[in-house]
Design a protein around this ligand. Structure first.
Ligand code: WT7
Length: 673
């Protein structure tokens, strides 16, 4: 039994695995290289070929053209399209009409551990729900193309229905992860200019009730332009507060919608906005990433085929919350577009016991499983009896996403969960890319697996690993990962980043002239990419993207805090966790409770995922003479490492300064203990 979850295994890890079962889909590196270079040498033709496989109301006139701002592109201009049509109307005219679209399972269980709630929606059911939702939105709420709404919804089937209803009307939606705080919600609602917020009374998580509506009540106080709040009763809470001026029950509104309501899907321009999704960067407020319709549809269609090898009889389960981009692309739009059956589960992987996921795979016969390294590391730490209790033989393909997967976690997925039969990959992409860009492609042809790698870029995608000056580094050397050409699904028109065209260009293109991902990576001698982690001040905590800057800002907004520095340190399960160092204001005293008070403050301001593991009160933060916080010193202190290679610092005085700051910080911490 392997319980080694060490994250420091040396990379790249040069073992090659070829699966007998996949022999007919396997290809040599040479074959893949050729395929890749054929597609990539004529990307327009390549993407046009893919795009012709999906349904357009009106065919596109060109593949791509520059938009109105630098580095923004319009994909498939002239094309008319609608996601709701692609995901539903098309299917209800075929044998998919009565196929399962969504199997949803609620978290609560009976005393025998059996789930108490299950809902199954066919494509026809979902099509009707979406039409009724679209009717409600357009007729009752007077929402029209180009308006914005916000969803603050947990994992309930109403959420995909609402997303598809907005898509049907060309209403721009932003889904805010249901674990975010009131303040985080309010910021996003105001930034996007949402007219309505859709939410639930609450939901179940790890045996407790989370009261979503209370959080919305708090948020909406700071959202002067919100016209109303629409609430789905997930729990039926008796004591839910109702503001009759503002709050509306989704069910009551639906009662006034004709049972067979039909709303014509808008014929949207390929580059009209589908949604805006906020994500963290290194500075400033969260970035509103724009995704279009046409380009996004094409990358999702392509990756559902190439990466997931989706077939008619599959049951596809992406365990991500819909609040993140993974859920947008691979719980909702990607799989429904190709007519797949999906699983949606409301709750925690370890409720009531750490075999809940394995029981779901067994119960419904999941064939394709898409999950995160953090979840894998958490679940591989408990007794393997939890896995052995269940028959997982339905699985045929497994991928992970969100952060690097260490070889031993990979091996556990491969052997213990996949039974050595299933290809296991680590698909690399980001909120900004819309869909997977670097991955094994078992649906196309499968090159040998290597534990922990991302594999080759997809056909049509060209990446490079470069040094500080933008020069390609040698194979096997670490550098920055850049994407050399625009791709379908990239940040969309008109401005890439919602209302911030300059910030868009500055963030992604100013450093290298190509799209900079923010990641460190290695390309090995076989051309496989190994993304190692972020090269900037962004953390991946349990796969969630958190800007250290945001936590620092939240800390200094506390009345007692003068300065704050947040760094990430390795964590056996979550990959990385934040640690904070704060200097208090003159006059403020560090009571014994200061650490807890500040953690609670962050939970309130940002939500539970951003809470630092530790908050240390120090007298001084190590700074250079020019006043820049020396993060390297702080990280060294936090990880208990001796200060690393300071000889790379340009002047010797700086070396002395760094060493002195390190010593001082250690002394400072010792004193406060
Ligand atoms: C960052 C993007 C889009 C999926 C969910 C995360 C890291 C993502 C991998 C992987 C190594 C990965 C990168 C990237 N990342 N997938 N397979 N291997 N690192 O989306 O929150 O926008 O984060 O996640 O660091 O930059 P996101």
């Amino acid at each position: 039994m392997s319980t080694d979850t060490s994250l420091r295994e040396p990379l790249p890890y040069e073992e090659r695995i070829i699966l007998d079962k996949w022999a007919d889909r396997s290809c040599t590196l040479e074959q893949y290289r050729r395929l890749h270079s054929e597609c990539t040498s004529n990307p327009e033709e390549h993407w046009a070929r893919v795009a012709r496989e999906i349904d357009w109301f009106k065919s596109f006139e060109r593949v791509m053209e520059p938009g109105d701002h630098p580095n923004v592109y319009r994909w498939f201009p002239g094309g008319k399209i609608n996601f709701s049509y692609l995901c539903l109307d098309r299917h209800v005219r075929t044998r998919n009409r009565n196929k399962v679209a969504i199997v949803w399972e609620g978290e609560p269980v009976d005393d025998r551990g059996q789930p108490l709630e299950k809902r199954v929606l066919s494509y026809y059911d979902l099509w009707r729900d979406v039409n009724r939702a679209a009717y409600l939105m357009s007729r009752k709420l007077r929402l029209k193309k180009g308006d914005a709404v916000a969803y603050y919804m947990p994992m309930v089937p109403e959420l995909p229905a609402l997303m598809l209803a907005a898509a049907r009307l060309g209403v721009i939606f932003t889904q805010v992860f249901s674990g975010f705080s009131a303040e985080a919600l309010a910021t996003r609602v105001n930034d996007v200019g949402a007219r309505y917020i859709f939410t639930t009374d609450g939901y179940y998580r790890r045996g407790s009730v989370i009261r979503t509506k209370d959080i919305v009540d708090k948020a909406v106080k700071d959202c002067p332009d919100v016209e109303g709040v629409v609430i789905t009763r997930r729990l039926g809470l008796k004591d839910m507060t109702v503001d009759h001026e503002r709050d509306m029950s989704y069910d009551v509104l639906l009662r006034e919608v004709p049972a067979n309501a039909y709303v014509e899907p808008e014929h949207l321009d390929s580059s009209d906005i589908l949604y805006v999704l906020y994500t963290s960067g290194t500075t400033g407020k969260p970035k509103g990433i724009i995704h279009d319709n046409g380009g996004y549809a094409v990358i999702l269609h392509a990756t559902m085929k190439w990466v997931f090898d989706i077939r008619d009889e599959d049951l596809f389960w992406c365990t991500a919350d819909i609040g993140w981009v993974t859920g947008h692309s691979y719980v909702v739009f990607g799989p429904l577009m190709v007519g797949a059956s999906i699983v949606m589960y409301e709750g925690a992987p370890d409720y009531p016991e750490p075999d809940r996921w394995w029981s779901i795979i067994e119960r419904y016969g999941v064939t394709i499983f898409y999950t995160s390294p953090t979840a894998v590391r958490a679940l591989m730490r408990v007794s393997h009896d939890y896995v052995r209790r269940h028959d997982l033989s339905s699985l045929r393909l497994i991928h992970s996403v969100g952060e690097p997967i260490n070889p031993s976690a990979w091996r556990w997925l491969f052997e213990t969960i996949g039974g050595g039969r299933c290809p296991v990959g680590s698909t690399w992409w980001m909120t900004e890319t819309g869909g997977i860009l670097i991955s094994h492609t078992p649906g196309l042809c499968l090159i040998p697996l290597k534990p922990g790698t991302n594999g080759w870029p997809l056909p049509g995608i060209e990446v490079e690993v470069v040094d500080d000056k933008g020069r390609p580094v040698k194979d096997g050397e670490r550098g920055y990962l850049i994407i050399k050409r625009p791709w379908p699904g990239m940040l969309g028109p008109p401005t890439g980043m919602w209302r911030e065209p300059e910030r868009y260009s500055e963030t992604y293109f100013s450093r290298f002239g190509y799209f900079f991902t923010g990641d460190y990576a290695i390309r090995d001698s076989d051309g496989y990419i190994w993304v190692l982690g972020r090269a900037d001040e962004v953390l991946k905590v349990a796969g969630h993207r958190i800007g250290t800057y945001e936590i620092e800002s939240a800390l200094v907004s506390h009345p007692s805090v003068a300065e704050a520095a947040v760094v990430g340190i390795p964590d056996e399960v979550k990959g990385e966790v934040p640690i904070a160092y704060v200097v208090l204001r003159v006059g403020a005293t560090a009571g014994s409770n200061m650490e807890n008070e500040l953690k609670e403050w962050i939970r309130e301001k940002m939500g539970p995922i951003s809470v630092p593991k530790n908050v240390f009160v120090v007298n001084k933060l190590p700074k250079t003479r020019s006043g820049k916080i020396m993060r390297r010193v702080i990280r060294a202190v936090a990880t208990g490492m001796l200060i690393g290679d300071v000889t790379t610092l340009e002047d010797q005085a700086a070396v002395e300064e760094v060493k002195a700051a390190y010593e001082e910080m250690l002394k400072d911490l010792a004193k406060n203990e």
